[in-house]
Design a protein around this ligand. Structure first.
Ligand SMILES: [Ca+2]
Length: 481
């Protein structure tokens, strides 16, 4: 099996080398230097896109990208924003980074609960080596456009390998999706400001503006004939749930009670996100960069199933998966992932192999030399699966850690091994065991029925927490009854 895999890998590498359409710059090591575009959606749920079962929204460009690429059905993220972003950019698990909750959430937590939340960093340390730093040191032009959410001004994108940073701050959301995006809030008139987007027009929509900035960046890199890394980190479709009126009307008119998704404003946000991807792909074609650019589309956590501040309809539903953002049930951590790698991924291919955000770091850096000695990396190179959708990765399990509260959860850890998944709730050490192949909605807890399997998985989960030095919640001595 392995020798077959090796042969197919060699064959594909040969194809990439000989294929006349695959024109790219050469790396210092003599191999191709692929341009890299990572489009990260914020809080986009697993079943939100048309190609993943979304029924209210229209996502023709993402559906088209999926049809031309490899679609992953069991891709995972962390359950909330900042940990996922840190894991994506460093290849290291959020628990190992000590960054398990979004940055504002790390500053405090609910005080009158059974547990005090585990310690979590506010800032991604400068000592961490990001994908952007590796690519920058290999001659890439690098840009972070959109949401950063990895620390205060001393830890903005420029300190982590990005030549260009537009819109990135410690904030996890804009005040408004309409220009000037900032507003008067808890911290004064600059509440949730977005730097670099000062000169706009009333009515200008954030997703469109970030797309415009991304298109300009691609032109700049193309003009300079420089390989580039574009990290287009959209705020959509995170709260506040806002979209241009004509789009909201269009989806409201289409709404029927039978539909799985019921929020027309959220659908309109995703529609604009889809347009953004379409425009980026069109720009790559226009600049004849489409055959030399890897395009990745992914979300940072599961869909948000609460209500927006001003809304009456839940933002989304991740059905058939259980729960949503914050939770370690599948609805909180399973996300859409599409990878388009010319000459490597096959059109219309799909993989059920469990993969996780850190794998993208390892996959995307694999073709460039790394000067620095990297620390322990938790991700693995997805090349075998990209080349052969039936391939299995050499990995025993995926682990998850959220020692915090959220409306969907109490502090919890989880492990997925094969089709099996175990959750451990830290307040009372209760266990839940599910067979995801037979029960993707996690409705039948088999922990009592299969105590040996549950114990073995718990043992592995706890051992992993020790290996990664994962922070744990502690009993709250001041809890009021
Ligand atoms: Ca998020």
């Amino acid at each position: 099996m392995r020798s077959l895999l090796l042969l197919s890998t060699l064959f594909c590498l040969l194809l990439q080398t000989c294929c006349p359409v695959a024109i790219h710059a050469q790396s210092a090591a003599g191999g191709p230097r692929w341009n890299i575009v990572v489009v990260l959606a914020d809080d986009l749920g697993w079943s939100d896109l048309g190609c993943y079962g979304g029924d209210l929204v229209e996502t023709p460009h993402l559906d088209g990208l999926a049809a031309a690429s490899m679609k992953f059905t069991s891709a995972y993220a962390m359950p909330v924003c900042s940990p996922s972003r840190a894991a994506l950019l460093t290849g290291r698990h959020a628990a190992r980074l000590g960054m398990t909750i979004w940055s504002e959430g790390s500053l405090g937590g609910p005080q009158n609960r059974k547990l005090l939340q585990g310690a979590s960093r506010h800032d991604l340390p400068h000592s961490e080596i990001t994908l952007a730093e590796i690519l920058q040191s290999n001659g890439y032009l690098t840009a972070m456009i959109g949401k950063w959410h990895l620390g205060d001004a001393d830890h903005y994108p420029q300190t982590q390998g990005f030549d260009i940073s537009i819109g990135g701050t410690h904030w996890g959301a804009p005040f408004s999706f309409f220009w000037p995006y900032r507003g008067a809030g808890r911290f004064g008139p600059e509440f949730r400001y977005l730097p670099g987007l000062d000169y706009g027009q009333p009515g200008e929509y954030l997703t469109d503006r970030l797309t415009g900035e991304a298109l300009q960046f691609i032109d700049r890199a193309a003009d300079a004939r420089q390989p580039f890394f574009l990290y287009l980190s959209h705020h959509a479709p995170h709260t506040p749930i806002q979209a241009p009126e004509q789009d909201v009307r269009r989806f409201a008119e289409r709404l029927t009670p039978q539909l799985h998704h019921q929020n027309p404003t959220y659908a309109a946000m995703i529609y604009r996100l889809d347009l953004s991807v379409g425009q980026v792909l069109a720009k790559l074609r226009e600049r004849q960069l489409d055959s030399s650019t890897i395009v990745v589309f992914v979300s940072d956590n599961g869909g948000f199933i609460g209500k927006d501040k001003n809304g009456t309809t839940p933002v989304t539903s991740n059905a058939p998966l259980r729960s949503g953002k914050g939770s370690l049930y599948e609805g909180g951590i399973r996300v859409p992932l599409i990878v388009h790698w010319p000459g490597r991924t096959q059109p219309g291919s799909s993989s059920d192999e469990p993969v996780i955000l850190m794998d993208l770091f390892q996959t995307l850096r694999a073709h460039v030399p790394v000067q620095e000695e990297l620390p322990v990396i938790d991700g693995i190179d997805l090349a075998p699966v990209l080349i052969n959708p039936a391939a299995e990765l050499d990995r025993r399990a995926l682990h998850f850690h959220y020692p915090h509260y959220y409306p969907t959860t109490t502090p919890v850890g989880a492990i997925r091994a094969g089709d099996w998944k175990l959750l451990e709730y830290f307040e009372d050490e209760s266990l839940e065991l599910y067979n995801l192949a037979e029960d993707p909605g996690e409705s039948t807890n088999l922990a009592e029925e299969q105590p040996q399997r549950a114990a073995a998985m718990l043992n592995e989960l706890r051992s992993w927490r020790e290996r990664t030095n994962a922070s744990m919640p502690t009993p709250n001595p001041n809890r009021l009854q």
